[in-house]
Write a protein that binds this ligand. Structure first.
Ligand code: MNH
Ligand code: ZN
Length: 181
């Protein structure tokens, strides 16, 4: 996973639990003197280990932690890549452009990123069917990112995770229902 994702986690942890909590996570789950640089890649295991630890400390299910992290990460990513957002006029066009615009741009800016495959089908003006596929199976993080995008555009968003890679399906299928401006 790229350093920018770890930097987002770092900001979230420090904001809510302080620098000492982040230092403790690093001490326990990253090699000595680890510094996350946004454009560099680091083993996924470090992210998973830290997410698991946060879940156990907060006594919350891992999926909830990943969802909350994803929601925060959306704000962090658009803060760092504000130009990418200019191409969208709202929630709907952003979601439809995750793969073809956002991650296509990421693939140009970052060396060998590990991106999920996301495809969308517009059902009507309130519904999009989104398919997610990735060896990292971070679909709950994807849910959080979608909620983060909804919050950014002031939309009421709902996600029905109809089928999931964690239940053995080849890809996750999520029905997004949204309402707002
Ligand atoms: Mn995007 C990784 C989904 C918006 C840049 N993105 C991921 C991952 C998911 C994901 C899930 C984790 C990797 C995986 O599952 O295999 N991303 C989304 C969704 C939205 C989204 C559902 C919107 C909603 N992503 C954005 C935006 C940016 C961005 C906005 C900023 C430009 N995403 C990234 C980067 C990575 C990533 C960078 C990390 C890639 C890597 O680690 O190599
Ligand atoms: Zn899933």
């Amino acid at each position: 996973m790229k350093g920018i994702v770890y930097r987002g986690l770092e900001e979230l942890v420090i904001e809510n639990h302080g620098m000492a909590a982040w230092e403790a996570l690093l001490d326990k789950h990253a090699p000595k003197n680890r510094v996350y640089i946004s454009a560099q890649s680091y083993p996924d295991e470090e992210l998973f280990a830290m997410a698991n630890e946060v879940a156990s400390i907060l006594n919350k299910p891992l999926v909830d932690v990943l969802r909350v992290f994803g929601e925060y990460l959306f704000g962090y990513l658009i803060k760092k890549h504000s130009r990418i957002l200019e191409q969208f006029d709202g929630f709907q066009s952003l979601i439809l452009g995750i793969d073809s615009v956002i991650h296509a741009e990421v693939a140009k800016l970052y060396n060998e990123p590990n991106l999920p495959q996301i495809s969308c089908e517009q059902i009507d003006d309130k519904h999009i069917l989104l398919n997610y596929c990735s060896v990292r199976k971070l679909c709950f993080c994807a849910e959080g990112l979608i909620y983060g995008a909804g919050a950014h555009y002031g939309m009421k968003t709902q996600i029905d995770h109809q089928q999931c890679m964690h239940d053995g399906y080849e890809q996750c299928r999520m029905l997004l229902t949204y309402e707002g401006q």
